[in-house]
Design a protein around this ligand. Structure first.
Ligand SMILES: [Zn+2]
Length: 312
């Protein structure tokens, strides 16, 4: 988790501003976002902008999340909120970016290809810059578990940042799939970042009828037909792309902790809501974690891993 970037244990931002544009998956509208460098301790901040005017600003932390039904939304009113932040947040968290100002011309993030890869590319293109202030981590001290029907998720102590995500769908195409691994920038990039969002054709049709998901298409979603085949001509990017995308989502959802965590996050049949509730349960128990400045031993001993660093 960025645990390996630059001078170890120091906060980061990007070297230069970079803009991306694309379609908003819920509105179907064209949206543009610009990542700007930000000072140490400012965190990840989203600004909704119309023309030159800033109409709202949110720090990307769980207390600012208004809704997690279809996607993760910052803010509590549609007029000012910013939607679909999870794939952007996953890229930011996995690359170890601590500080960033994200200017949004529109009401949601562009969906791009339905994965985190385009955001990783944009960030790598500008480069990551170390700042002179130490990074803080959230170290898990004891297990915190939540359950909801057959679904559950939990944090446990672990010397690194680990995800173990399992899904179990009625669809024989998906079935039971699991992904387990320590998140580092390179693991995220190669194993998770390209996994796309997915849905069933019948749900897509229902969403369209309700005026939602207007921007969703085969260009940004894996769509599964009633006969349990993938409609997309190009097929899947990974054999188990579904669980990889769910893991990517979990990385993005836990990024709302506001700092990298040191521990293991496990989930079974989870989703945005469960990830958000697990984070809430962790944060509401001050005996379950501590804030530390030391990177995990595992990462301290690993060779330094630098992702495209441009000289300032
Ligand atoms: Zn997703």
């Amino acid at each position: 988790m960025g645990l390996g970037i630059g001078p170890l244990g120091f906060q980061t931002t990007i070297a230069h501003s970079v803009t991306l544009s694309g379609t908003g998956v819920h509105s179907g509208a064209e949206v543009a976002i610009t990542f700007h460098p930000a000072e140490a301790d400012s965190g990840i901040v989203f600004q909704r902008v119309v023309g030159e005017q800033t109409i709202s600003e949110f720090k990307a932390v769980s207390s600012q999340v208004g809704n997690t039904d279809l996607c993760t939304i910052l803010g509590f009113s549609p007029a000012t909120s910013i939607a679909t932040i999870e794939h952007v947040m996953a890229a930011i968290y996995a690359l170890g970016l601590d500080n960033l100002l994200i200017e949004v011309q529109g009401a949601e993030m562009p969906i791009m290809d339905g994965s985190s890869a385009p955001f990783i590319d944009a960030i790598e293109q500008t480069g990551i810059k170390a700042l002179s202030v130490k990074r803080r981590y959230i170290r898990i001290l004891k297990p915190v578990r939540i359950e909801s029907g057959a679904s559950w998720s939990e944090f446990t102590p672990y010397d690194g940042m680990r995800f173990e995500v399992e899904i179990d769908f009625d669809s024989p195409l998906i079935g039971r799939q699991a992904w387990k691994g320590d998140i580092t920038p390179s693991v995220f990039k190669t194993e998770l970042s390209r996994a796309r969002t997915f849905g069933f054709m019948r749900d897509v049709e229902r969403m369209w009828a309700a005026g939602r998901g207007l921007g969703s298409s085969l260009e940004n979603s894996v769509v599964i037909a009633d006969d349990n085949t993938v409609i997309n001509m190009e097929g899947l990017r990974y054999k188990d792309e579904f669980v990889r995308h769910k893991t990517l989502d979990a990385v993005g959802d836990l990024a709302l902790a506001g700092a990298p965590f040191i521990g293991c996050y496990r989930s079974y049949r989870g989703g945005h809501k469960m990830n958000a509730n697990a984070l809430k349960a962790l944060m509401s128990d001050p005996t379950a974690y501590e804030i530390v400045e030391n990177a995990p031993q595992r990462q301290r001993q690993a060779p330094r891993e630098v992702i495209a660093v441009n000289a300032p």
